[in-house]
Write a protein that binds this ligand. Structure first.
Ligand SMILES: CC(C)(COP(=O)(O)OP(=O)(O)OC[C@H]1O[C@@H](n2cnc3c(N)ncnc32)[C@H](O)[C@@H]1OP(=O)(O)O)[C@@H](O)C(=O)NCCC(=O)NCCS
Length: 160
């Protein structure tokens, strides 16, 4: 990872660039694990408006290479809970993957008060990212290793 890579809280106005990062990453990195219709729907559901709305509720961060946004991730209460949390929208542009940036995002989210206050944090992982979250110490919720009706695999981590 070069020393121009940094992570900061999302600010209003980031949503257009974040949406581009997410949509490009979905189209390239997730395409081998999902049918084209799902990829298309998933891209549609990460518009700048949706990102801006999500960033209001969540504690949302962006990773930058200099000024350019190259990754993102957020944490929020699990269905509004103050004692359980949920990781969301963790993406790293394909050309920046496998450099430790995903780990940096998860470590930042685990340092956030929304992680610290929760006894349990869940993530709805893409099929693509399951082994990444396992590497980050997340385990399969209820032992279920297969995707649910939303096509994500549920993993969780318990606070010590
Ligand atoms: C999943 C993702 C966020 C990981 O980010 P990344 O920057 O590539 O991950 P890192 O380089 O920080 O990897 C951290 C560790 O996890 C491992 N890892 C990362 N992705 C992995 C994978 N798909 N399978 C197995 N291990 C993986 C790395 O080898 C590394 O291990 P190490 O520390 O022992 O070397 C990124 O690949 C991505 O955006 N994927 C596509 C979008 C997606 O599915 N996002 C998740 C939505 S829920």
């Amino acid at each position: 990872m070069n020393d121009k890579i940094s992570i900061r809280p999302f600010v209003n106005g980031d949503e257009t660039e974040v949406s581009k990062v997410v949509c490009k990453t979905i189209a390239i990195s997730n395409k081998n694990d999902y049918p084209p219709e799902f990829i298309e729907e998933n891209v549609k559901s990460h518009s700048p408006e949706v990102i801006a709305e999500r960033a209001k509720d969540a504690h949302f961060y962006v990773v930058c290479d200099g000024e350019k946004i190259i990754g993102c991730g957020g944490i929020t209460g699990y269905w509004g809970s103050e004692t359980e949390s949920y990781l969301l929208t963790i993406f790293v542009l394909p050309e920046y993957q496998s450099m430790g940036i995903g780990r940096k995002i998860v470590e930042t989210l685990e340092n956030d008060e929304y992680f610290k206050r929760a006894w349990r944090t869940e993530v709805g992982s893409s099929i693509t990212a399951v082994n990444f979250y396992r590497k980050m110490g997340y385990t399969f919720k209820n032992g279920v290793t297969t995707p649910d009706e939303f096509n994500v695999v549920r993993l969780e981590k318990f606070n010590k």
